[in-house]
Design a protein around this ligand. Structure first.
Ligand code: PTJ
Length: 243
């Protein structure tokens, strides 16, 4: 039992949730190491949403709302950490939600789809095909889902698929705490923020934009600026760590 007065209570509870989800088979064992890497970068960021991340989240909302066929891609970590937040975002932006796994088994796909459904997500399931030009199992997706999407939101991505989706001419929005990753550098727009902080911000920006009834015009993105701002924030914290 984790005592609520522990200074790292939230972080420990999240770890416990991920470990439990790994035991059930929802999160892959490798997903636990991916989470640890994310934690390290979040530490450098000060475990907060920076101004540039907030700007990226609002831009992501505009991209999702102006999309013809937006799709949110879900892996094990995302489902375990943020199924409810995905349901809220889906309602706010109208995207399809599709499960796409690196460590893919039919059993894991089904477990994750069920978890999302219970959380209120309308999951786009059905026949997957090996459609993406990848040698690993992220190649499996749905023809009327991710394959034909114009905008894809990919939380906690591996760089390969990000590159392939971008190469297909899609707008790729990544959520990745590591601004140096191949995903971060290949995506059209990278949100350097923790998943459970980022998703509600995107949702709330979608609601604001929808209420304002703003014209859906092309959305300019300067990903190089967003990544350099994230690196600058981390470097500044490191420089003043012992002040
Ligand atoms: O469920 P599967 O089988 O699809 O596997 C999913 C994992 C996460 C194992 C797979 O996609 C993977 O190996 O990812 P990577 O290449 O380790 O990349 C994950 C990235 O997400 C890393 O750069 C981490 O810094 C980042 N990350 C981890 N946790 C979070 C995060 N970014 C935002 N929020 C987090 N909570």
């Amino acid at each position: 039992m984790i005592p609520p007065d522990h200074p790292r209570y939230r972080s420990l509870v999240v770890r416990e949730r991920l470990a439990g989800s790994a035991r059930k088979g929802i999160v892959s064992w490798e997903g636990l190491t991916a989470h640890g890497r994310g934690e390290a970068f979040d530490y450098l960021l000060g475990e907060r949403t920076t101004a540039s991340a907030l700007f990226a989240e609002r831009t992501a909302a505009a991209l999702l709302l102006s999309a013809r066929h937006p799709v949110i891609s879900i892996n094990g970590n995302t489902a375990a950490l943020a199924a409810g937040e995905i349901a809220a975002l889906q309602k706010a932006c109208g995207a399809l939600v599709e499960v796409n796994l690196f460590h893919r088994t039919e059993r894991r796909v089904k477990m994750i789809e069920d978890l999302l459904t219970v959380a209120g997500v309308d999951v786009f399931s059905g026949k997957a095909e090996r459609l993406l030009l990848l040698s690993h199992d992220r190649a499996w997706c749905r023809r009327d889902g991710m394959y034909s999407a114009d905008v894809v939101l990919v939380p906690l991505e591996d760089g390969d698929r990000c590159e392939v989706l971008a190469g297909m001419g899609k707008t790729v929005i990544a959520i990745d705490l590591n601004p140096l990753s191949r995903t971060a550098r290949t995506a059209t727009l990278t949100i350097v923020d923790e998943l459970t902080r980022a998703l509600p911000q995107i949702t709330s920006a979608c609601r604001d934009l929808s209420q304002a009834g703003e014209e859906r015009s092309p959305v300019p993105v300067d990903n190089h600026y967003l990544l350099s701002e994230a690196i600058r924030e981390m470097t500044a914290r490191l420089s003043h760590a012992l002040d």
